[in-house]
Design a protein around this ligand. Structure first.
Ligand SMILES: [Zn+2]
Length: 182
């Protein structure tokens, strides 16, 4: 009898522990909507090195609340702003361009150049890890779409007609970016 009670107690304690762990995990998750345990390594300009961040994967409703209609159209619906209309096209200040969706550092002013295309252009990202690419087959041609690696927001496209040293042209919508002077 004593032994049975002991086994029951152990079993009960184990179950409570498992339930408690799950409850704690879901409570933590609900405090930070959209934050996941999927972590990535990106370069942080302010930290001066690589940091680990949670990927930011929100529902479309949450993105709508967080972004302006123009930011939403570009970042979440792969929209493109009209050429020569973007607020950051002629910006020549020193600083860092961040993702308007999640704040991930994307581009540095020292890598910005005038491509004549009508969109802010950079010959490289802050670090290769901070952006990702996928093939975009719309408009009847294959182009390499650029995405923010933290929130999967659409930024623009990358082409192979950029200046040295990379030969790349990262053609980015102003509306996908915020600018932080440094
Ligand atoms: Zn982002």
């Amino acid at each position: 009898m004593e032994r049975r009670r002991f086994v029951l107690l152990v079993a009960q304690t184990w179950v409570m522990g498992v339930v408690g762990t799950f409850a704690l995990r879901s409570a933590t998750a609900s405090q930070e909507p959209g934050m996941t345990e999927d972590r990535i390594r990106v370069y942080s300009v302010t930290a001066g090195g690589y940091i680990e961040v949670e990927r930011m994967l929100l529902s479309e409703d949450a993105w709508r609340q967080r972004l302006t209609p123009e930011q939403y159209r570009i970042l979440r619906e792969e929209g493109t702003e009209r050429a020569f209309t973007g607020a950051l096209l002629d910006n020549k200040e020193q600083g860092v361009y961040r993702c308007a969706g999640c704040g991930n550092d994307l581009y540095l002013s020292e890598h910005k150049y005038d491509s004549g295309s009508g969109w802010p252009s950079f010959y490289q990202a802050v670090a290769p890890e901070n952006v990702s690419t996928r093939v975009d087959r719309r408009l009847f041609m294959a182009r390499n779409e650029l995405l923010c690696s933290r929130c999967d927001g659409h930024l623009g496209h990358v082409f192979a007609d950029g200046p040295p040293p990379t030969g790349q042209r990262h053609c980015i919508n102003s509306g996908a970016l915020t600018f932080q002077p440094l």
